[in-house]
Design a protein around this ligand. Structure first.
Ligand code: AMP
Length: 210
């Protein structure tokens, strides 16, 4: 968990390679549905474009379906969910049905100015989802994905006015969620500032013993 642009996606991708479990990013699933023009995509597009949260019931169905797939039986990295108190309760119900528990909840913190800088310079590969930044993590060839050579794009919701809306939404709806897992002894708060590698070293220290 953490504000948009704190580096959740980058860290989740690193961890997913290390732990060899699926990366379940609700933002990625929703963007793919929008891109593919599915019924779900048509329903959620206005929320994504406006930087608003998709309704909790819809998110619960989507997460239940994804976590119920066979590849998630070995474990998973959940990225971007839960984001409201209702989603925390929904996730408890989903995990209860699956007989699964959360090992860790990582909360990334950083300065808001840093978040705006990161998001406005962020570029993504629409084909493989790789993440870049025009200053701190540029691709080898300008505007082209290192892994699959597709042309990089800026997410529509990374434009400055939408970024500001997403930060407001984060403060109003997601901040109350922080700490929900503290009492359960599984929440680890860490500084999301600095290079991705440095943040990843901090993150690894917070993992449970293998
Ligand atoms: P993200 O890539 O995690 O920043 O998510 C991009 C957008 O997808 C958000 O601004 C929301 O519109 C939507 N979204 C992703 N995850 C959730 C969630 N857990 N609850 C509601 N909306 C979500």
């Amino acid at each position: 968990m953490g504000p948009p642009g704190v580096g959740k996606g980058t860290q989740a991708r690193k961890l997913t390679e290390f732990l060899r479990v699926p990366h379940v990013s609700t933002g990625d699933i929703l963007r793919e549905a929008v891109h593919d023009g599915t019924a779900l995509g048509k329903k959620v597009r206005p929320y994504l474009d406006a930087g608003q949260l998709v309704p909790d019931e819809l998110m619960a169905d989507l997460v239940a379906e994804r976590l119920g797939r066979p590849d998630a039986r070995v474990g998973f990295i959940l990225d971007g969910y839960p984001r409201t108190l209702e989603q925390v309760a929904a996730l408890d119900r989903i995990l209860g049905r699956l007989g699964a528990t959360l090992d860790r909840v990582f909360v990334f913190t950083t300065e808001e100015t840093e978040v705006v800088r990161r998001l406005s310079g962020r570029r993504v590969c629409p084909n493989c989802g790789a993440l870049y930044h025009v200053e701190s993590r540029p691709p080898k060839g300008a505007g082209v994905c290192d892994s699959c050579s597709s042309a990089l794009v800026q997410r529509p919701d990374d434009q400055e006015d939408v970024v500001r809306r997403r930060l407001l939404v984060y403060r109003a709806q997601t901040l109350p969620v922080l700490g929900a897992y503290r009492g359960r002894g599984i929440q680890v708060e860490l500084d999301g500032g600095g290079e991705a590698e440095t943040v990843y070293e901090r993150l690894k220290k917070g993992l449970p013993e293998a």
